[in-house]
Ligand binder design. Structure first.
Ligand SMILES: O=C(CO)[C@@H](O)[C@H](O)[C@H](O)[C@H](O)COP(=O)(O)O
Ligand SMILES: [Zn+2]
Length: 189
């Protein structure tokens, strides 16, 4: 067997192992889905953010809430705080990169909103600060993390921690969790 084939098998196996371990977070996913559904029913919105692949995940999940996942339903309010390059560069340039999400939370978050921070390490400063600002404003905070959950697990009202230390595997589990949340949100709207 070539080295590449072995490598591919090992990556696939590590992905499947990570996905299997998600059985330990089923209750957390259910709880978070309920919180998001209640928030949307009550007229609140979802704010969501992260860096790199987690920025993409934020946009992907927001798109599915505003558009639709599978079921035909009305559009629901969700904003990824990772998309406006004018805001990201102005706030990053004037205040510092660690403030790019917290400033937008300050500007957009109401106390009946849900704020989701995605970070595989659980420790990215800009995500931590965004969630801290949301806590200060009285919103419900949710951390979607990996490893030991990091600081984000400690400061969030609710968290879902993927049991892996590999960034890519954690991200793959995050988007499965994101899709699961979207399917549950679809059902009740
Ligand atoms: O997509 C990947 C790796 O798969 C990268 O872009 C990754 O998201 C970036 O390195 C992030 O800055 C990592 O941040 P975090 O997940 O620790 O918060
Ligand atoms: Zn990636």
């Amino acid at each position: 067997m070539s080295e590449n084939i072995k490598k591919i098998e090992s990556i696939f196996k590590s992905h499947l192992d990570t996905i299997h371990k998600l059985s330990s977070v089923i209750n957390n996913v259910n709880e978070v889905a309920d919180i998001i559904k209640k928030t949307l029913h009550a007229g609140g919105k979802v704010l969501i953010f992260g860096n790199g692949g987690s920025a993409s995940d934020s946009q992907h999940i927001a798109a599915e809430i505003v558009g639709r996942f599978v079921k035909e339903r009305k559009g629901l309010p969700a904003i990824a705080l990772t998309t406006d390059t004018s805001i990201l560069t102005a706030v990053g340039n004037d205040y510092g990169f660690e403030h790019i999400f917290s400033r937008q939370v300050e500007a957009l978050c109401l106390k009946n909103d849900v704020v989701i921070g995605i970070s595989t390490s659980g420790n990215s400063k800009n995500v931590v600060k965004g969630l801290e600002k949301a806590n200060a404003l009285g919103a419900i905070t949710i951390g979607l993390t990996g490893g030991d959950g990091g600081l984000i697990k400690k400061i969030s009202n609710h968290s879902i921690v993927v049991d892996s230390n590999e960034t890519a595997r954690i991200q793959e589990a995050h988007i499965l969790i994101g899709h699961t949340l979207c399917e549950l949100i679809d059902e009740n709207n």
